[in-house]
Write a protein that binds this ligand. Structure first.
Ligand SMILES: NC(=O)c1ccc[n+]([C@@H]2O[C@H](COP(=O)([O-])OP(=O)(O)OC[C@H]3O[C@@H](n4cnc5c(N)ncnc54)[C@H](OP(=O)(O)O)[C@@H]3O)[C@@H](O)[C@H]2O)c1
Length: 275
């Protein structure tokens, strides 16, 4: 395996490292990390056995791939020496809202640049990560990118113009789904279920339904119709959802998040959210 350097060693870097080591524990000798002023990099190195670099030079000395995994607002103030230190390397950024053209200003001599947008299920190897690259990937770089993103779950290549929509749908999606589960739980409590029972039923119902959907590979509407008898209880609930414009609200949710992502990616030096 190529030597991989992680600049930023927080949640997402840890998820990638954990995924890579789960597939190949011996790979720890090829992984090296560096954080900011806090303790995350030392903690990651101690927990996983990967190398802790003491400086940018040490981080990048023998690395072939650089994973950029700090907060987006730190990019504008990134060490200018990165331009030379990353010469000839494949740079993979997971920074929300940072476009390839913006990243290129920090890494002008990189062999190629990849922009990837994982989601929080990366922590358990269940992410879906869309990615795009500045120049078409060579076969060996594609293998390296897909091995790395595959360590967090699934991945797919998309053109960059879709990245704001992706930020809304799949990166923000877990938050929207968590909100849905919370609403389901509260509704169960309103229907007089004990809170712990309502919480458990809500989580397991969403999990089971999502697994069934993934397993059957058919449209969600078909599965919905299979549990909806004429004049039955589910139909009564679905009618209420329709009357409350459920689909319209979800559509507006995604479009609002997409619009915000577009706004933030235009402003290269602004404060920006994780996703
Ligand atoms: N979490 C997600 O699910 C998710 C999803 C999609 C994209 N992302 C992107 O992933 C990136 C990291 O997110 P996260 O959740 O992993 O954040 P995090 O847990 O807060 O970790 C941030 C890391 O960056 C380090 N850091 C801070 N300043 C730095 C600097 N100047 N140079 C180098 N490293 C620096 C921190 O080190 P110290 O601890 O030493 O300060 C820490 O290791 C963000 O850009 C976010 O947009 C995250």
């Amino acid at each position: 395996m190529s030597r991989i350097a992680f600049l930023g060693a927080g949640n997402i870097a840890a998820a990638i490292v954990d995924g890579l080591l789960a597939q190949n524990p011996a790979a720890r000798t090829d992984l090296v990390c560096l954080g900011g002023s806090g303790k995350s990099a030392a903690a990651l190195a101690t927990r996983t056995g990967i190398t802790l670099a003491n400086s940018l030079d040490e981080l990048l000395a023998s690395a072939d791939i650089l994973v950029v995994a700090f907060k987006p607002q730190h990019l504008a103030a990134a060490d200018p020496r990165l331009a030379d230190l990353a010469t000839g390397k494949l740079v993979i950024s997971v920074l929300a809202g940072k476009r390839l053209a913006t990243l290129e200003k920090t890494f002008p001599h990189a062999r190629n640049l990849v922009r990837a947008m994982p989601n929080t299920p990366a922590a358990i190897g269940a992410a879906i990560t869309p990615y795009c690259s500045l120049a078409p990937l060579t076969a060996s770089d594609r293998l390296a990118v897909e091995a790395l993103l595959g360590a967090c779950g699934q991945y797919l290549e998309l053109v960059e113009e879709h990245m704001d929509a992706v930020t809304a749908l799949s990166a923000g999606g877990p938050a929207f789904l968590f909100e849905f589960v919370a609403a389901l739980r509260d509704a169960g409590i309103a229907a007089n279920l004990p809170p712990d029972i309502s919480a458990r039923l809500s989580i397991e119902t969403v999990l089971g339904a999502a697994r069934l959907l993934a397993r059957r590979q058919i449209d969600p509407e078909k599965l919905r119709d299979q549990v909806t008898s004429p004049n039955g209880t589910t139909l009564a609930g679905l009618r209420r959802m329709e009357a409350g414009n459920f689909r319209g609200v979800i559509r507006e949710t995604i479009l609002a998040a997409q619009a915000r992502a577009a706004e933030l990616s235009k402003n290269s030096s602004s404060q920006i959210f994780p996703c």
